[in-house]
Design a protein around this ligand. Structure first.
Ligand code: PEP
Ligand code: MG
Length: 559
Protein backbone atom coordinates (compact mmCIF):
# COMPACT_ATOMS: atom_id res chain seq x y z
CA UNK A 1 0.00 0.00 0.00
CA UNK A 2 2.99 2.32 -0.14
CA UNK A 3 2.30 3.35 -3.76
CA UNK A 4 -0.42 5.90 -3.01
CA UNK A 5 -1.14 6.88 -6.59
CA UNK A 6 -2.39 3.47 -7.66
CA UNK A 7 -5.77 1.94 -7.01
CA UNK A 8 -5.82 -0.77 -4.39
CA UNK A 9 -8.06 -2.13 -1.74
CA UNK A 10 -7.92 -3.17 1.90
CA UNK A 11 -10.47 -4.93 4.02
CA UNK A 12 -11.72 -4.82 7.58
CA UNK A 13 -14.75 -5.64 9.69
CA UNK A 14 -17.65 -3.35 8.73
CA UNK A 15 -19.40 -1.95 11.81
CA UNK A 16 -21.38 1.15 10.80
CA UNK A 17 -22.97 1.20 7.32
CA UNK A 18 -22.53 4.07 4.87
CA UNK A 19 -20.27 4.99 1.95
CA UNK A 20 -17.76 7.85 2.15
CA UNK A 21 -15.23 9.33 -0.27
CA UNK A 22 -12.53 11.75 0.79
CA UNK A 23 -8.84 12.28 1.54
CA UNK A 24 -7.16 10.13 4.18
CA UNK A 25 -5.94 11.65 7.43
CA UNK A 26 -3.69 9.27 9.31
CA UNK A 27 -3.84 9.76 13.07
CA UNK A 28 -0.61 8.90 14.77
CA UNK A 29 -1.38 6.99 17.94
CA UNK A 30 2.09 6.87 19.41
CA UNK A 31 5.19 8.99 19.71
CA UNK A 32 7.78 7.83 17.18
CA UNK A 33 10.39 5.44 18.64
CA UNK A 34 13.13 7.39 16.82
CA UNK A 35 12.23 10.61 18.68
CA UNK A 36 12.22 8.72 21.97
CA UNK A 37 15.61 7.17 21.19
CA UNK A 38 17.06 10.61 20.35
CA UNK A 39 15.86 12.13 23.64
CA UNK A 40 18.69 12.38 26.12
CA UNK A 41 16.88 12.35 29.47
CA UNK A 42 20.08 11.59 31.39
CA UNK A 43 21.40 15.04 30.47
CA UNK A 44 18.81 16.65 32.77
CA UNK A 45 19.40 16.86 36.51
CA UNK A 46 16.49 16.19 38.87
CA UNK A 47 15.26 19.82 39.02
CA UNK A 48 15.55 20.41 35.28
CA UNK A 49 13.76 17.12 34.60
CA UNK A 50 10.89 18.03 36.93
CA UNK A 51 10.58 21.46 35.32
CA UNK A 52 10.46 19.83 31.88
CA UNK A 53 7.72 17.49 33.17
CA UNK A 54 5.72 20.42 34.61
CA UNK A 55 5.87 22.30 31.32
CA UNK A 56 4.86 19.24 29.29
CA UNK A 57 1.99 18.31 31.66
CA UNK A 58 0.79 21.90 31.62
CA UNK A 59 0.83 22.03 27.81
CA UNK A 60 -1.15 18.79 27.65
CA UNK A 61 -3.70 20.08 30.19
CA UNK A 62 -4.05 23.36 28.30
CA UNK A 63 -4.71 21.44 25.07
CA UNK A 64 -7.46 19.39 26.74
CA UNK A 65 -9.03 22.53 28.22
CA UNK A 66 -9.01 24.29 24.85
CA UNK A 67 -10.80 21.35 23.26
CA UNK A 68 -13.22 21.12 26.20
CA UNK A 69 -14.17 24.78 25.69
CA UNK A 70 -15.18 24.01 22.12
CA UNK A 71 -17.09 20.83 23.06
CA UNK A 72 -20.28 20.28 25.02
CA UNK A 73 -22.00 17.60 27.11
CA UNK A 74 -20.22 14.32 27.74
CA UNK A 75 -17.31 15.23 25.42
CA UNK A 76 -16.56 18.38 27.40
CA UNK A 77 -16.69 16.36 30.63
CA UNK A 78 -14.22 13.76 29.32
CA UNK A 79 -11.78 16.46 28.21
CA UNK A 80 -12.06 18.54 31.39
CA UNK A 81 -11.43 15.42 33.48
CA UNK A 82 -8.34 14.64 31.36
CA UNK A 83 -7.07 18.21 31.85
CA UNK A 84 -7.41 17.76 35.63
CA UNK A 85 -5.66 14.41 35.57
CA UNK A 86 -2.75 15.85 33.53
CA UNK A 87 -2.10 18.37 36.32
CA UNK A 88 -2.67 15.86 39.12
CA UNK A 89 -0.37 16.57 42.08
CA UNK A 90 -0.16 12.91 43.06
CA UNK A 91 1.03 11.97 39.59
CA UNK A 92 3.64 14.75 39.74
CA UNK A 93 4.86 13.53 43.15
CA UNK A 94 5.21 10.03 41.78
CA UNK A 95 7.32 11.35 38.86
CA UNK A 96 9.50 13.28 41.32
CA UNK A 97 9.96 10.23 43.54
CA UNK A 98 11.24 8.20 40.61
CA UNK A 99 13.54 11.04 39.48
CA UNK A 100 14.95 11.17 43.02
CA UNK A 101 15.73 7.50 42.95
CA UNK A 102 17.94 8.17 39.92
CA UNK A 103 15.68 7.13 37.04
CA UNK A 104 15.71 9.26 33.87
CA UNK A 105 12.75 11.44 32.93
CA UNK A 106 10.90 9.18 30.44
CA UNK A 107 11.34 6.15 32.70
CA UNK A 108 10.05 8.18 35.65
CA UNK A 109 6.96 9.35 33.77
CA UNK A 110 6.21 5.80 32.63
CA UNK A 111 6.75 4.36 36.12
CA UNK A 112 4.48 6.99 37.70
CA UNK A 113 1.72 6.30 35.17
CA UNK A 114 2.06 2.54 35.76
CA UNK A 115 1.80 3.09 39.50
CA UNK A 116 -1.42 5.13 39.08
CA UNK A 117 -2.79 2.62 36.60
CA UNK A 118 -2.43 -0.14 39.19
CA UNK A 119 -4.19 1.96 41.84
CA UNK A 120 -7.06 2.94 39.50
CA UNK A 121 -7.54 -0.63 38.35
CA UNK A 122 -7.77 -1.82 41.93
CA UNK A 123 -10.33 0.87 42.81
CA UNK A 124 -12.59 -0.43 40.04
CA UNK A 125 -15.65 1.37 38.71
CA UNK A 126 -15.17 4.69 36.97
CA UNK A 127 -11.60 4.97 38.23
CA UNK A 128 -10.67 1.79 36.36
CA UNK A 129 -12.11 3.28 33.20
CA UNK A 130 -9.72 6.21 33.57
CA UNK A 131 -6.71 3.98 32.91
CA UNK A 132 -7.12 4.65 29.17
CA UNK A 133 -7.08 8.39 29.90
CA UNK A 134 -3.86 8.00 31.91
CA UNK A 135 -2.13 6.21 29.06
CA UNK A 136 -3.37 8.90 26.68
CA UNK A 137 -1.87 11.58 28.95
CA UNK A 138 1.44 9.71 29.11
CA UNK A 139 1.85 9.58 25.31
CA UNK A 140 0.98 13.30 25.04
CA UNK A 141 3.43 14.31 27.80
CA UNK A 142 6.16 12.20 26.21
CA UNK A 143 5.48 13.83 22.81
CA UNK A 144 6.02 17.27 24.35
CA UNK A 145 9.20 16.14 26.09
CA UNK A 146 10.78 14.72 22.94
CA UNK A 147 9.63 17.64 20.77
CA UNK A 148 6.96 15.95 18.64
CA UNK A 149 3.38 17.11 17.99
CA UNK A 150 0.90 15.43 20.34
CA UNK A 151 -0.42 12.15 18.97
CA UNK A 152 -4.16 11.80 18.50
CA UNK A 153 -6.77 13.50 16.39
CA UNK A 154 -6.20 17.16 15.47
CA UNK A 155 -9.60 17.95 13.97
CA UNK A 156 -9.08 19.36 10.45
CA UNK A 157 -11.17 22.09 8.78
CA UNK A 158 -12.09 20.06 5.70
CA UNK A 159 -13.77 16.65 5.57
CA UNK A 160 -11.49 13.59 5.84
CA UNK A 161 -11.49 9.84 6.26
CA UNK A 162 -9.77 9.20 9.60
CA UNK A 163 -7.32 6.30 9.72
CA UNK A 164 -5.78 5.16 13.00
CA UNK A 165 -4.30 2.14 14.71
CA UNK A 166 -6.96 2.69 17.40
CA UNK A 167 -8.53 5.73 19.02
CA UNK A 168 -8.42 6.87 22.66
CA UNK A 169 -11.62 8.03 24.41
CA UNK A 170 -10.29 11.62 24.33
CA UNK A 171 -10.03 11.29 20.53
CA UNK A 172 -13.51 9.89 20.04
CA UNK A 173 -15.02 12.44 22.46
CA UNK A 174 -14.58 15.25 19.96
CA UNK A 175 -15.18 13.53 16.64
CA UNK A 176 -17.27 15.85 14.51
CA UNK A 177 -19.48 13.90 12.06
CA UNK A 178 -19.52 16.93 9.71
CA UNK A 179 -15.74 16.63 9.29
CA UNK A 180 -15.15 12.92 9.77
CA UNK A 181 -16.62 11.24 6.69
CA UNK A 182 -15.61 7.75 7.83
CA UNK A 183 -13.51 6.08 10.47
CA UNK A 184 -11.16 3.17 9.81
CA UNK A 185 -9.00 1.52 12.47
CA UNK A 186 -6.40 -1.21 12.26
CA UNK A 187 -7.42 -2.71 15.56
CA UNK A 188 -10.64 -2.91 17.58
CA UNK A 189 -13.67 -5.11 17.07
CA UNK A 190 -17.40 -4.57 16.51
CA UNK A 191 -17.90 -3.93 20.25
CA UNK A 192 -14.85 -1.69 20.70
CA UNK A 193 -15.11 1.83 22.05
CA UNK A 194 -14.46 3.28 18.57
CA UNK A 195 -17.25 1.21 16.99
CA UNK A 196 -19.78 2.17 19.66
CA UNK A 197 -19.05 5.91 19.32
CA UNK A 198 -19.10 5.72 15.50
CA UNK A 199 -22.49 4.01 15.70
CA UNK A 200 -23.84 6.72 18.02
CA UNK A 201 -22.63 9.43 15.64
CA UNK A 202 -23.71 7.45 12.54
CA UNK A 203 -20.22 7.77 11.01
CA UNK A 204 -19.48 4.93 8.52
CA UNK A 205 -16.88 2.77 10.23
CA UNK A 206 -14.62 -0.18 9.51
CA UNK A 207 -12.44 -1.73 12.23
CA UNK A 208 -9.76 -4.42 12.24
CA UNK A 209 -8.36 -3.30 8.86
CA UNK A 210 -4.62 -4.11 8.88
CA UNK A 211 -2.35 -1.82 6.87
CA UNK A 212 -4.51 1.31 6.78
CA UNK A 213 -2.04 3.44 8.73
CA UNK A 214 0.51 2.83 5.94
CA UNK A 215 -1.71 4.85 3.59
CA UNK A 216 -0.33 8.37 3.10
CA UNK A 217 -2.35 11.30 4.42
CA UNK A 218 -4.17 12.94 1.51
CA UNK A 219 -4.72 9.73 -0.50
CA UNK A 220 -8.30 9.68 -1.86
CA UNK A 221 -10.26 6.84 -0.26
CA UNK A 222 -13.62 5.21 -0.84
CA UNK A 223 -14.82 3.51 2.36
CA UNK A 224 -17.82 1.20 2.48
CA UNK A 225 -19.07 0.59 6.03
CA UNK A 226 -21.40 -2.15 4.80
CA UNK A 227 -18.85 -4.33 3.04
CA UNK A 228 -15.73 -3.32 4.99
CA UNK A 229 -13.76 -2.33 1.87
CA UNK A 230 -11.34 0.60 1.71
CA UNK A 231 -10.37 1.51 -1.85
CA UNK A 232 -7.41 3.79 -2.49
CA UNK A 233 -7.46 6.23 -5.40
CA UNK A 234 -10.77 5.01 -6.91
CA UNK A 235 -12.27 6.52 -10.05
CA UNK A 236 -13.54 9.88 -8.68
CA UNK A 237 -16.79 10.03 -10.69
CA UNK A 238 -17.75 6.51 -9.82
CA UNK A 239 -16.88 7.07 -6.15
CA UNK A 240 -19.07 10.20 -6.01
CA UNK A 241 -21.95 8.31 -7.63
CA UNK A 242 -21.67 5.58 -4.98
CA UNK A 243 -21.68 8.16 -2.19
CA UNK A 244 -24.75 9.85 -3.69
CA UNK A 245 -26.64 6.56 -4.03
CA UNK A 246 -25.80 5.73 -0.41
CA UNK A 247 -26.91 9.19 0.74
CA UNK A 248 -30.29 8.77 -0.96
CA UNK A 249 -30.70 5.37 0.60
CA UNK A 250 -29.83 6.70 4.05
CA UNK A 251 -32.21 9.66 3.69
CA UNK A 252 -35.00 7.18 2.95
CA UNK A 253 -34.06 5.21 6.10
CA UNK A 254 -34.24 8.30 8.28
CA UNK A 255 -37.96 8.65 7.65
CA UNK A 256 -38.83 5.20 9.03
CA UNK A 257 -41.24 5.68 11.90
CA UNK A 258 -42.12 2.17 13.07
CA UNK A 259 -43.53 -0.12 14.20
CA UNK A 260 -41.11 -2.86 13.23
CA UNK A 261 -42.44 -5.23 10.61
CA UNK A 262 -41.34 -7.08 7.50
CA UNK A 263 -42.61 -6.11 4.03
CA UNK A 264 -45.31 -8.78 4.33
CA UNK A 265 -46.47 -7.70 7.76
CA UNK A 266 -44.71 -9.93 10.33
CA UNK A 267 -44.29 -7.78 13.44
CA UNK A 268 -40.81 -7.53 14.99
CA UNK A 269 -40.37 -5.50 18.16
CA UNK A 270 -37.76 -2.77 17.75
CA UNK A 271 -36.50 -1.78 21.20
CA UNK A 272 -33.88 0.50 22.75
CA UNK A 273 -30.83 -0.20 24.92
CA UNK A 274 -30.60 2.31 27.78
CA UNK A 275 -28.34 3.02 30.74
CA UNK A 276 -30.25 5.52 32.93
CA UNK A 277 -33.17 7.91 33.11
CA UNK A 278 -31.65 10.38 30.69
CA UNK A 279 -31.01 7.84 27.94
CA UNK A 280 -34.47 6.31 28.55
CA UNK A 281 -36.18 9.67 28.09
CA UNK A 282 -34.23 10.18 24.85
CA UNK A 283 -35.09 6.69 23.58
CA UNK A 284 -38.78 7.09 24.46
CA UNK A 285 -39.07 9.87 21.85
CA UNK A 286 -38.04 7.41 19.10
CA UNK A 287 -40.10 4.83 17.21
CA UNK A 288 -39.47 1.98 19.68
CA UNK A 289 -41.96 -0.30 21.39
CA UNK A 290 -40.00 -0.36 24.63
CA UNK A 291 -36.61 -1.02 26.19
CA UNK A 292 -35.03 -4.38 25.43
CA UNK A 293 -31.99 -3.90 27.67
CA UNK A 294 -31.67 -1.62 30.67
CA UNK A 295 -28.07 -2.15 31.85
CA UNK A 296 -28.60 -1.44 35.57
CA UNK A 297 -24.90 -1.77 36.49
CA UNK A 298 -24.14 1.37 34.47
CA UNK A 299 -26.09 3.38 37.09
CA UNK A 300 -23.60 2.29 39.75
CA UNK A 301 -20.12 2.49 38.18
CA UNK A 302 -19.16 5.39 40.45
CA UNK A 303 -20.77 4.03 43.64
CA UNK A 304 -18.65 2.51 46.37
CA UNK A 305 -21.65 1.56 48.56
CA UNK A 306 -24.62 -0.50 47.39
CA UNK A 307 -27.75 1.70 47.18
CA UNK A 308 -30.72 0.59 49.33
CA UNK A 309 -33.70 -1.10 47.65
CA UNK A 310 -35.63 2.19 48.07
CA UNK A 311 -32.96 4.23 46.32
CA UNK A 312 -32.71 1.61 43.57
CA UNK A 313 -36.50 1.80 43.10
CA UNK A 314 -36.23 5.52 42.54
CA UNK A 315 -33.34 5.12 40.02
CA UNK A 316 -35.14 2.37 38.06
CA UNK A 317 -38.38 4.36 38.14
CA UNK A 318 -36.63 7.07 36.08
CA UNK A 319 -36.18 4.52 33.30
CA UNK A 320 -39.59 2.85 33.62
CA UNK A 321 -41.71 6.03 33.78
CA UNK A 322 -41.11 7.27 30.19
CA UNK A 323 -42.20 3.84 28.90
CA UNK A 324 -45.61 3.62 30.54
CA UNK A 325 -47.88 1.93 28.02
CA UNK A 326 -44.87 0.19 26.46
CA UNK A 327 -42.53 -2.21 28.33
CA UNK A 328 -39.02 -2.34 29.77
CA UNK A 329 -36.67 -5.32 30.12
CA UNK A 330 -34.53 -4.67 33.19
CA UNK A 331 -31.30 -6.62 33.43
CA UNK A 332 -30.09 -7.37 36.94
CA UNK A 333 -26.59 -6.29 37.90
CA UNK A 334 -23.98 -7.42 35.35
CA UNK A 335 -21.05 -6.34 37.49
CA UNK A 336 -17.58 -7.77 37.01
CA UNK A 337 -15.11 -8.22 34.15
CA UNK A 338 -15.46 -5.29 31.70
CA UNK A 339 -18.02 -3.54 33.97
CA UNK A 340 -16.44 -3.28 37.44
CA UNK A 341 -18.78 -2.08 40.21
CA UNK A 342 -16.91 -1.36 43.43
CA UNK A 343 -19.54 -2.73 45.85
CA UNK A 344 -20.12 -5.97 43.97
CA UNK A 345 -17.11 -7.01 41.87
CA UNK A 346 -14.79 -9.69 43.24
CA UNK A 347 -11.22 -8.42 43.38
CA UNK A 348 -8.10 -10.19 42.23
CA UNK A 349 -9.63 -12.85 39.99
CA UNK A 350 -7.20 -14.54 37.63
CA UNK A 351 -9.62 -14.35 34.74
CA UNK A 352 -12.56 -12.03 35.49
CA UNK A 353 -14.44 -12.69 32.23
CA UNK A 354 -14.71 -16.34 33.29
CA UNK A 355 -15.12 -15.55 36.95
CA UNK A 356 -17.78 -14.34 39.34
CA UNK A 357 -19.68 -11.84 37.20
CA UNK A 358 -23.35 -11.19 36.46
CA UNK A 359 -25.80 -13.54 38.17
CA UNK A 360 -22.88 -15.42 39.74
CA UNK A 361 -22.36 -12.51 42.17
CA UNK A 362 -25.55 -13.58 43.93
CA UNK A 363 -24.28 -17.11 44.65
CA UNK A 364 -22.47 -16.09 47.82
CA UNK A 365 -24.34 -12.81 48.26
CA UNK A 366 -28.00 -13.64 47.60
CA UNK A 367 -29.24 -10.48 49.32
CA UNK A 368 -27.65 -8.39 46.57
CA UNK A 369 -30.13 -9.88 44.10
CA UNK A 370 -33.02 -9.80 46.60
CA UNK A 371 -32.56 -6.07 47.18
CA UNK A 372 -32.31 -5.38 43.47
CA UNK A 373 -35.44 -7.39 42.63
CA UNK A 374 -37.30 -5.61 45.45
CA UNK A 375 -36.17 -2.28 44.00
CA UNK A 376 -37.28 -3.25 40.49
CA UNK A 377 -40.66 -4.53 41.73
CA UNK A 378 -41.26 -1.32 43.69
CA UNK A 379 -40.39 0.80 40.62
CA UNK A 380 -42.73 -1.29 38.44
CA UNK A 381 -45.55 -0.80 40.90
CA UNK A 382 -44.94 2.93 41.32
CA UNK A 383 -44.80 3.63 37.56
CA UNK A 384 -47.32 1.08 36.30
CA UNK A 385 -44.96 0.21 33.42
CA UNK A 386 -44.94 -3.42 32.24
CA UNK A 387 -41.62 -4.78 33.52
CA UNK A 388 -39.71 -7.84 32.45
CA UNK A 389 -36.56 -8.86 34.36
CA UNK A 390 -33.63 -10.88 33.06
CA UNK A 391 -30.39 -12.18 34.50
CA UNK A 392 -26.99 -11.89 32.77
CA UNK A 393 -24.37 -14.67 32.47
CA UNK A 394 -26.70 -17.60 33.06
CA UNK A 395 -24.96 -20.93 32.39
CA UNK A 396 -27.31 -23.62 33.76
CA UNK A 397 -31.03 -24.40 33.76
CA UNK A 398 -30.99 -24.55 37.56
CA UNK A 399 -29.77 -20.94 37.70
CA UNK A 400 -32.54 -19.91 35.31
CA UNK A 401 -35.18 -21.78 37.32
CA UNK A 402 -34.17 -20.22 40.63
CA UNK A 403 -34.01 -16.74 39.10
CA UNK A 404 -37.35 -17.27 37.34
CA UNK A 405 -39.06 -18.15 40.61
CA UNK A 406 -37.61 -15.13 42.41
CA UNK A 407 -38.84 -12.77 39.67
CA UNK A 408 -42.28 -14.39 39.33
CA UNK A 409 -42.86 -14.22 43.08
CA UNK A 410 -42.73 -10.44 42.72
CA UNK A 411 -45.35 -10.40 39.97
CA UNK A 412 -42.83 -9.69 37.19
CA UNK A 413 -42.03 -11.56 33.98
CA UNK A 414 -38.74 -13.53 34.17
CA UNK A 415 -36.21 -14.22 31.45
CA UNK A 416 -32.51 -14.93 31.05
CA UNK A 417 -29.79 -13.71 28.76
CA UNK A 418 -28.12 -16.13 26.39
CA UNK A 419 -24.48 -15.10 26.58
CA UNK A 420 -22.81 -18.40 27.43
CA UNK A 421 -22.81 -21.16 24.78
CA UNK A 422 -24.26 -23.60 27.35
CA UNK A 423 -27.37 -21.42 27.60
CA UNK A 424 -27.81 -21.40 23.81
CA UNK A 425 -27.42 -25.15 23.55
CA UNK A 426 -30.00 -25.63 26.33
CA UNK A 427 -32.32 -22.82 25.21
CA UNK A 428 -35.31 -25.18 24.95
CA UNK A 429 -34.86 -26.23 28.58
CA UNK A 430 -34.27 -22.64 29.71
CA UNK A 431 -37.66 -21.77 28.19
CA UNK A 432 -39.35 -24.42 30.34
CA UNK A 433 -38.47 -22.33 33.41
CA UNK A 434 -38.56 -18.70 32.18
CA UNK A 435 -40.86 -16.70 29.88
CA UNK A 436 -38.36 -15.19 27.43
CA UNK A 437 -34.72 -15.21 26.31
CA UNK A 438 -32.53 -12.33 25.18
CA UNK A 439 -29.31 -13.08 23.32
CA UNK A 440 -26.33 -10.97 24.33
CA UNK A 441 -24.30 -11.40 21.18
CA UNK A 442 -21.32 -9.43 22.53
CA UNK A 443 -20.61 -11.98 25.23
CA UNK A 444 -21.98 -14.95 23.29
CA UNK A 445 -19.38 -14.17 20.62
CA UNK A 446 -16.61 -13.69 23.18
CA UNK A 447 -17.32 -17.03 24.87
CA UNK A 448 -17.99 -19.01 21.68
CA UNK A 449 -14.81 -17.83 19.97
CA UNK A 450 -12.69 -17.69 23.18
CA UNK A 451 -11.72 -14.17 22.14
CA UNK A 452 -11.74 -11.30 24.64
CA UNK A 453 -14.33 -8.75 23.48
CA UNK A 454 -11.99 -5.96 24.60
CA UNK A 455 -9.00 -7.30 22.66
CA UNK A 456 -8.01 -4.89 19.93
CA UNK A 457 -6.27 -7.45 17.73
CA UNK A 458 -9.01 -10.06 17.41
CA UNK A 459 -11.65 -8.26 15.34
CA UNK A 460 -11.96 -11.19 12.95
CA UNK A 461 -12.92 -13.45 15.87
CA UNK A 462 -15.06 -11.08 17.94
CA UNK A 463 -17.54 -10.90 15.08
CA UNK A 464 -21.12 -12.10 15.58
CA UNK A 465 -21.16 -13.14 11.89
CA UNK A 466 -18.84 -16.05 12.77
CA UNK A 467 -20.58 -19.28 11.65
CA UNK A 468 -20.40 -20.85 15.12
CA UNK A 469 -22.07 -17.82 16.72
CA UNK A 470 -24.79 -17.79 14.06
CA UNK A 471 -25.45 -21.49 14.71
CA UNK A 472 -25.94 -20.86 18.43
CA UNK A 473 -28.30 -17.96 17.72
CA UNK A 474 -30.27 -20.17 15.31
CA UNK A 475 -30.58 -22.91 17.94
CA UNK A 476 -31.86 -20.38 20.47
CA UNK A 477 -34.35 -18.81 18.02
CA UNK A 478 -35.65 -22.26 17.07
CA UNK A 479 -36.21 -23.10 20.74
CA UNK A 480 -38.29 -19.92 21.05
CA UNK A 481 -40.41 -20.88 18.02
CA UNK A 482 -41.00 -24.37 19.44
CA UNK A 483 -41.98 -23.02 22.86
CA UNK A 484 -44.01 -20.11 21.44
CA UNK A 485 -42.03 -17.71 23.64
CA UNK A 486 -40.18 -14.51 22.69
CA UNK A 487 -36.47 -14.64 21.93
CA UNK A 488 -34.79 -11.28 21.37
CA UNK A 489 -31.28 -10.04 20.60
CA UNK A 490 -29.89 -7.12 22.61
CA UNK A 491 -26.16 -7.25 21.77
CA UNK A 492 -24.51 -5.05 19.12
CA UNK A 493 -25.53 -7.58 16.41
CA UNK A 494 -29.09 -6.23 16.58
CA UNK A 495 -27.79 -2.80 15.48
CA UNK A 496 -26.29 -4.14 12.24
CA UNK A 497 -29.09 -3.78 9.63
CA UNK A 498 -27.84 -6.68 7.53
CA UNK A 499 -27.38 -9.02 10.48
CA UNK A 500 -30.77 -7.92 11.86
CA UNK A 501 -32.32 -9.38 8.69
CA UNK A 502 -30.58 -12.69 9.35
CA UNK A 503 -31.72 -12.73 12.99
CA UNK A 504 -35.35 -12.14 12.09
CA UNK A 505 -35.08 -14.78 9.38
CA UNK A 506 -33.99 -17.23 12.09
CA UNK A 507 -37.09 -16.45 14.16
CA UNK A 508 -35.86 -13.75 16.53
CA UNK A 509 -38.88 -11.75 17.74
CA UNK A 510 -37.30 -8.52 19.04
CA UNK A 511 -34.17 -6.47 18.40
CA UNK A 512 -32.82 -4.03 20.98
CA UNK A 513 -30.17 -1.45 20.09
CA UNK A 514 -28.67 2.01 20.54
CA UNK A 515 -31.15 4.68 19.48
CA UNK A 516 -29.05 5.71 16.44
CA UNK A 517 -29.50 2.26 14.90
CA UNK A 518 -33.30 2.10 15.26
CA UNK A 519 -34.28 3.71 11.93
CA UNK A 520 -31.68 1.98 9.69
CA UNK A 521 -32.59 -1.41 11.16
CA UNK A 522 -36.36 -0.81 11.05
CA UNK A 523 -36.21 0.39 7.44
CA UNK A 524 -34.03 -2.54 6.30
CA UNK A 525 -36.48 -5.06 7.76
CA UNK A 526 -39.45 -3.26 6.22
CA UNK A 527 -37.94 -3.72 2.77
CA UNK A 528 -37.86 -7.54 2.84
CA UNK A 529 -40.52 -10.23 3.08
CA UNK A 530 -40.27 -12.97 5.70
CA UNK A 531 -39.46 -15.51 2.96
CA UNK A 532 -36.54 -13.36 1.88
CA UNK A 533 -35.29 -13.04 5.46
CA UNK A 534 -35.49 -16.80 5.96
CA UNK A 535 -33.44 -17.26 2.78
CA UNK A 536 -30.95 -14.70 4.11
CA UNK A 537 -30.65 -16.64 7.38
CA UNK A 538 -30.09 -19.88 5.51
CA UNK A 539 -27.41 -18.24 3.33
CA UNK A 540 -25.62 -16.82 6.38
CA UNK A 541 -25.65 -20.17 8.18
CA UNK A 542 -24.23 -21.94 5.13
CA UNK A 543 -21.35 -19.47 4.63
CA UNK A 544 -17.80 -20.45 5.53
CA UNK A 545 -16.77 -17.22 7.26
CA UNK A 546 -18.09 -13.77 8.25
CA UNK A 547 -17.12 -12.06 4.97
CA UNK A 548 -18.73 -14.78 2.89
CA UNK A 549 -21.83 -14.63 5.11
CA UNK A 550 -22.21 -10.87 4.59
CA UNK A 551 -21.78 -11.22 0.84
CA UNK A 552 -24.25 -14.12 0.62
CA UNK A 553 -26.88 -12.23 2.62
CA UNK A 554 -26.46 -9.09 0.51
CA UNK A 555 -26.87 -11.19 -2.63
CA UNK A 556 -30.10 -12.75 -1.32
CA UNK A 557 -31.59 -9.44 -0.15
CA UNK A 558 -30.63 -7.51 -3.28
CA UNK A 559 -31.98 -10.21 -5.59
C1 PEP B 1 -24.03 -8.69 25.38
O1 PEP B 1 -23.15 -9.33 25.97
O2 PEP B 1 -24.28 -8.79 24.17
C2 PEP B 1 -24.85 -7.72 26.13
C3 PEP B 1 -25.90 -7.14 25.58
O3 PEP B 1 -24.42 -7.41 27.39
P1 PEP B 1 -23.19 -6.41 27.67
O4 PEP B 1 -22.72 -5.86 26.36
O5 PEP B 1 -23.71 -5.36 28.59
O6 PEP B 1 -22.22 -7.32 28.33
MG1 MG C 1 -23.08 -9.27 28.12
Amino acid sequence: MSDQSSTGSLHGTPVVPGVAYGPALVVRGEVSPEAIARFDGAALDEDAALTAYDEAADAVATGFTRRADKASGAAAEVLTASAGLSRDKGLRSAVRKHLRSGEDLLTSVHAAVEQFTAVFTQMGGLMAERVTDLRDIERRVVAHLVGEPEPGVQMPEDPVVLLAADLAPSDTATLDPRVVLALVTERGGPTSHTAIIARQLAIPCVVGAPGVTDIATGTPLLVDGTTGSIETAPDPDQARRQVEADREQRAALATWSGPGETADGTRIKILANVADGESARGAADGPVEGVGLFRTELCFLNRTEEPSAEEQAQIYGEVLAPFKGRYVVVRTLDAGSDKPVAFATHEGEENPALGVRGLRLSFDNPDLLVRQLDGIAAAAEATGTETWVMAPMVATVAEAAEFGEAVRSRGLKPGVMVEVPSAALLAHRMLEVVDFLSIGTNDLTQYTMAADRMATDLAHLTDAWQPAVLQLIAITAEAGKQAGKPVGVCGEAAADPLLACVLVGMGITSLSMASAAVRPVGARLAAASMDHLEDAAEAALAAKDPMAARAAVRAVLDA
